[in-house]
Design a protein around this ligand. Structure first.
Ligand SMILES: [Zn+2]
Length: 405
């Protein structure tokens, strides 16, 4: 079964029995956004629906000025295709990525370009960080008086609550129970949606993959975001999975699964968590061998270790190989748990991919997953999507409500 077939089945499953027009509509909007400019024929083909259904769905959006259809100028003879794309002159979205070290605020439109990105060092106190983010939000809104800000997406290095309004716990920042919506909402017409950063990065990668896969949609993958910590985003049937019931928002917290019994102390209170051995940040202590630092000595940054490895330093190379090994051990566990064999690695760790990939694959090959066929590992965005992920959260929220709130 190829990916197109998988997607088609997902669409059929999603719409079987009681036809869920909103669901189908949001897939159509998502496909147009990811693959624009795109013809009606291609949309029909990729969603496995009639061209007349596509026309029915896009017509009101063209009349409302949300979509535009124009003739694509191509060289050569024959009929010139008519293509659909979003008009980007009315609605916009703001993204806030609250990172452990740096944070970003930026904006985008349905066209997809990111603009006005501004970075700041994340202050240790949540209220200071939120004040800085809020100032930038207010500046963006003031600078765009003729446009409508629809949604603010906030990505956080930790757990969001089930309603996606609050930060429940961000271990590497030591922030707990913060109502981000109350702190960041500029007015009641703008919705604020809070999301775990790995889940946000998974949404971002999903859109890139839709664009890169001309004959189908990527539907199922695991995204492992390795930077200061490790976060895992799960995409199942083209949708991110957040958990269910009381566990909603908790799915993907694999960074804190125990990988070494009685191992290193983690900020979460446990010992031997995966992120203490396979995050980009863990490279520093693996490199120094956990010895105490000399006066005026600071821990090497991940990119410094990568550059030493590239210059042939054996200790740096071994450090990255060790991380690859631990990463592979954890990934094999994740694949066994969720049954999704396609894995995308994102975040700072990707800078060291050249040294990490081989031991990572070997660790998976040693596990029971290695005895099966069809698993795959690939490197994604080294920036871990960051602001792109936060913006994706905002736009997805709008699309999933069929552009109507
Ligand atoms: Zn932990």
């Amino acid at each position: 079964m190829n990916e197109t077939t998988v997607f088609q089945n997902d669409l059929i499953n999603a719409t079987a029995g009681t036809p869920n027009i909103a669901k189908k509509g949001s897939l159509l909007l998502r496909l147009i956004r990811a693959a624009q400019p795109i013809t009606r024929t291609e949309i029909a083909h990729r969603l496995d629906i009639d061209k007349s259904t596509v026309t029915e769905n896009v017509k009101p959006l063209i009349s409302a000025g949300i979509l535009r259809e124009e003739t694509l100028e191509v060289s050569g003879q024959g009929r010139k295709p008519r293509v659909l794309s979003f008009v980007d002159d009315r609605d916009y979205f703001i993204g806030v990525n609250l990172g452990v070290r740096t944070s970003q605020v930026g904006m985008t439109t349905l066209k997809g370009e990111i603009s006005d990105e501004d970075d700041f060092t994340t202050p240790p106190k949540a209220e200071d960080a939120l004040k800085m983010a809020r100032e930038r939000i207010d500046d963006l809104i003031e600078a765009n008086p003729d446009k409508i800000c629809r949604v603010i997406g906030v990505s956080i290095p930790g757990l969001a609550d089930a309603e996606r309004r609050k930060l429940v716990y961000a271990p590497n920042l030591d922030w707990r129970d913060i109502d981000l919506t109350a702190a960041l909402q500029p007015n009641e017409n703008v919705k604020v949606v809070v999301e775990n950063d790995a889940t946000a990065a998974a949404m971002y990668e999903a859109r890139l993959k839709i664009r890169e896969t001309p004959n189908g949609l990527l539907t199922n993958f695991v995204l492992v975001r390795s930077g200061t910590g490790i976060g895992v985003g799960l995409v199942i049937g083209s949708e991110v999975y957040r958990g269910s019931g009381l566990g909603r928002g908790v799915a993907g917290e694999f960074g804190h699964m125990t990988i070494v019994a009685g191992g290193r102390q983690c900020v979460c209170g446990n010992r031997g968590c995966w992120e203490k051995y396979a995050s980009a940040a863990s490279a520093a202590s693996l490199y120094t061998g956990d010895r105490p630092l000399r006066p005026n000595e600071s821990l090497p940054r991940f990119v410094e270790i990568v550059s030493k490895a590239e210059n042939g330093e054996i200790r740096a190379q071994r450090t990255l190989e060790k991380i690859g090994d631990y990463l592979g051990i954890g990934i094999a566990n994740v694949i066994m748990g969720v049954g999704i064999p396609r894995v995308i690695i994102s975040g700072r760790l990707v800078y060291g991919w050249k040294f990490i990939e081989k031991p990572l694959r070997e660790a998976i090959e040693r596990s029971i997953i290695g005895k099966t066929e069809g698993w795959s590992i690939e490197a994604g965005e080294p920036q871990g999507a960051a602001i792109g992920g936060a913006l994706e959260v905002a736009v997805e929220e709008y699309l999933s409500h069929g552009l109507s709130f």
